[in-house]
Design a protein around this ligand. Sequence first.
Ligand code: PSU
Ligand code: MN
Length: 304
Amino acid sequence: MLNDFLDIHPEVRAALDNNQPVVALESTIISHGMPYPQNVETALKVSNTVREAGATPATIAIINGRLKVGLTPEEIELLGKAGQSVTKVSRRDIPFIVASGKHGATTVAATMILADMAGVRVFATGGIGGVHRGAETTFDVSADLQELAQTNVAVVCAGAKSILDLGLTLEYLETHGVPVIGYQTESLPAFYTQSSDFNVDYRLDSADEIAAVLKAKQQLGLKGGSVIANPIPTEYAMPKDVIDSAIEQALREADEQGIHGKASTPFLLARVCELTGGDSLSSNIQLVLNNARLASAIAIAYCA
Ligand code: PSU
Ligand code: MN
């Protein structure tokens, strides 16, 4: 065992020992990113999608103070049912949840840390945290970005939501040497929509090409992660005006109610979902499944 605090699920352990592809999945998206029961249904569906694509899923969380790489369906249900009452755990929070023996749902940053401890190199999620709009006064920059700067895990996402400042998020990633790869696109996807006003750094059109870049980065000893931005499939994308106005309203309400810190992203996600009458949730579910498929293909190519 690499680490006394770490429990790697036997199925994940076996895959890693045999150089078989593994895809990490996060748990804040379960507890804080979607409502129950869609959160649990989606998490189980994402795991199945990874399996069907030929890789082993490893959902990551903290359960009773143990760092878990690979959850049982019962553990996924527990986190989904508990929802926002589970602690949202980023890098800062990990030792507190371990020391107190509690449960924690891991953000992109914390999931990357645990994946790295276990040796899992590819991770699928919905959206990463980023530089929030208005960050020039609030300083609200997600710890996900700093983690991408230092931890060797590639994150497949659908770009970044426009609750964030996409331009500043790209600038931050550039400064910290984190490449943003567009899968079959030059435009940075904006989560609910396939494109934005910003371009990715590199467009790559196949999982093999992406895996080759990840390998080269690893072999060169360049620390840090990569962002692989995978546009939402056309049929599930949302009309730009509908999603933009819901986001504007959610941002205004967050400001009026003084929502800040770690509560900000979950508040905005939940409000956008309510304001679009659940349409944004269906898009969210589909793009996560789409990311799980691409991440599996990359993990398979990476192991080949
Ligand atoms: N963006 C989403 N869905 C999510 C999150 C972000 O579209 O569920 C979650 C992820 O777990 C991400 C976290 O790591 O929010 C970022 O939170 P913060 O902005 O507080 O760092
Ligand atoms: Mn923040």
